[in-house]
Each structure stands twice: as structure tokens, then as C-alpha cells.
Design a protein around this ligand. Structure first.
Ligand code: ZN
Length: 269
């Protein structure tokens, strides 16, 4: 239901504004992901008549684009290799490898962004003005991992630009990623999209609803019921229609982001 809420909100916001709603499968880290997960997500979206525009973009097909962005940052001296052991690295990176020469770095190594930005601020469409002290709270962060995989932060920024994303509607659990993504966009001279961070839906135990916390998956048999529950969580008026297409059309026409709870979390009603 947590993912359903995010899908419904982003879908309705796009439809209400005459925009396109894009589907991207973030399968950067294949060993950790279930092979069937993308197929299940696609089936659920179709069952709920949440139809996306254009082709699905798979991050697993985008390695060359991420490598291009890394090379651009390297040529601008905005990234540097880091061979620090993960276990020994404090939560806020202290810049240990910042000024090391290439022959002082062992392989395998990661790449970190040279930050030099103390603060990032933006106005979130739901949560309002946000300010992050990224320099003291995050430090130079990883954009390519030691195991050779590109970091999520770099991949999404490159893909957002590639897909001409202007508006991002997602869960507040990703709020902490936003300043890192904004820094990367600025370094790569990409325009920063408009953000709306939705409250994360918590189950009765107070955990985020997800596969990891064994939340029950939404049933495709009750698509209209699921859409109505998502609309209730989002503070929207709930149309009486029983078929999903009419329900979504009416919900898109009535869509009012000002009614979304301005909170980081909400409990399942
Ligand atoms: Zn290091």
C-alpha cells in the first residue's frame, strides 16, 4: 500500500497537470533484487489502470550513461577515488582520500563526489522549505561503489535528465537523498526538478509498509478498493465510481496536493 500511495499520487499529479507519467525500473543492483519484482510491479500497475507513458526505462541498460557522467565529473576534478574500508569509514566521510595521488589509491576503489557545498535548500511542494547541512551531515558521498556498481544517487540524476523529468513525487523516506541529488545535478549542469515528498505509510506496528517488514501485498482483485484507500491516505476526496478508469479520471480532475498530510509519516487508516 505504501508503494501504491506513491504511484497514485505521482500518476494523478501528472494527469492533473497534463504531464506524462514515466515508469523506470531501478534494477541497478541485480544480486540483491528479486528477478520477479519488476514483473510484479508492472502487473499491479496494469491491474490498477495506472498506465504509464512511453517505454519503461531499465537502469540495468544505462551503464554507459552513468559512466559518461562519472567521466565528466572526473574531467572537472569533481570526483576522486577512495579506497577506504567501508567498516572503518565514519557515517560522515572525513575526506581521507581527497588529496591522495592516483598511486596512493589501491584497487578496488570507490569514487566520491568532491562536495564543497555546505548547505542545500529547496522548497518541497508538500513539506515546504527544506535546508540540509550536507557538508557537515553527509560529506563527500559515493557515486560509484567499490564493487563497480554506480550509486543510486548518480543513476537517478542521470536518468531524470535523460527522461526530461520536471516533477518528482516520492516518499519522504527519500528526502535525505534529495540534497545529494541536487548537488549532482548542479555539478552536471542539469536542471533541478520540482519535488513533492509524500508521507510514508506505516503499518500498525509503526514500521514502513514494505516487503522487508512482511506487509501484505495489495490484491489485484480489489483494484478500486486499493485506489480508494490510497486516495484516503492522500487526503483526497474519494470518487464513488467502482471501475478503476472512471475512478482515476475523477480523482485526477479533483487532485489537490494541498490536501496531502504535511508529515513525514502517516499510519494506515
Ligand atoms: Zn577514502
Amino acid at each position: 500500500m505504501g508503494s501504491m500511495v506513491t504511484a497514485v499520487a505521482s500518476f494523478l499529479d501528472a494527469r492533473n497537470n497534463g504531464g506524462n507519467w514515466l515508469l523506470r525500473i531501478e534494477d541497478l543492483d541485480p544480486p540483491r533484487e528479486s528477478k520477479s519484482a519488476p514483473a510484479t510491479i508492472i502487473e499491479q500497475l496494469i491491474a490498477h489502470d495506472l498506465r504509464w507513458d512511453g517505454d519503461i526505462l531499465y537502469q540495468s541498460s544505462r551503464n554507459d550513461a552513468y559512466a559518461g557522467a562519472l567521466n565528466k565529473l572526473l574531467s572537472l576534478d569533481l570526483t576522486y577515488p577512495c579506497d577506504c574500508a567501508r567498516k572503518k569509514t565514519p557515517a560522515v566521510y572525513q575526506g581521507t582520500c581527497r588529496n591522495k595521488s592516483a598511486d596512493e589509491i589501491q584497487s578496488p576503489h570507490a569514487f566520491r563526489l568532491r562536495l564543497d557545498t555546505p548547505e542545500v535548500s529547496l522548497v518541497d511542494g508538500i513539506l515546504g522549505p527544506q535546508l540540509w547541512k550536507i557538508g557537515s551531515e553527509v560529506g563527500d558521498f559515493i557515486i560509484k561503489r567499490k564493487d563497480g556498481l554506480f550509486a543510486y544517487q548518480l543513476a537517478v540524476v542521470v536518468d531524470d535528465a535523460f527522461q526530461h523529468v520536471t516533477h518528482i513525487v516520492r516518499g519522504a523516506d527519500l528526502l535525505d537523498s534529495t540534497p545529494r541529488q541536487v548537488c549532482l545535478m548542479e555539478r552536471l549542469h542539469l536542471s533541478v526538478p520540482h519535488y513533492m515528498h509524500l508521507p510514508v505509510v506505516l503499518g500498525v506496528s509503526g514500521d514502513k509498509l514494505s516487503k522487508q517488514t512482511n506487509a501484505a501485498p495489495v490484491s489485484n482483485q480489489d483494484a478500486a478498493g486499493n485506489l480508494k484507500q490510497a486516495l484516503t491516505i492522500l487526503g483526497q476526496s474519494v470518487p464513488k465510481a467502482r471501475d478503476t478508469i472512471t475512478l482515476l479520471e475523477e480523482a485526477a480532475a479533483n487532485w489537490d496536493p494541498n490536501r496531502i498530510p504535511k508529515k513525514h509519516t502517516v499510519s494506515l487508516p
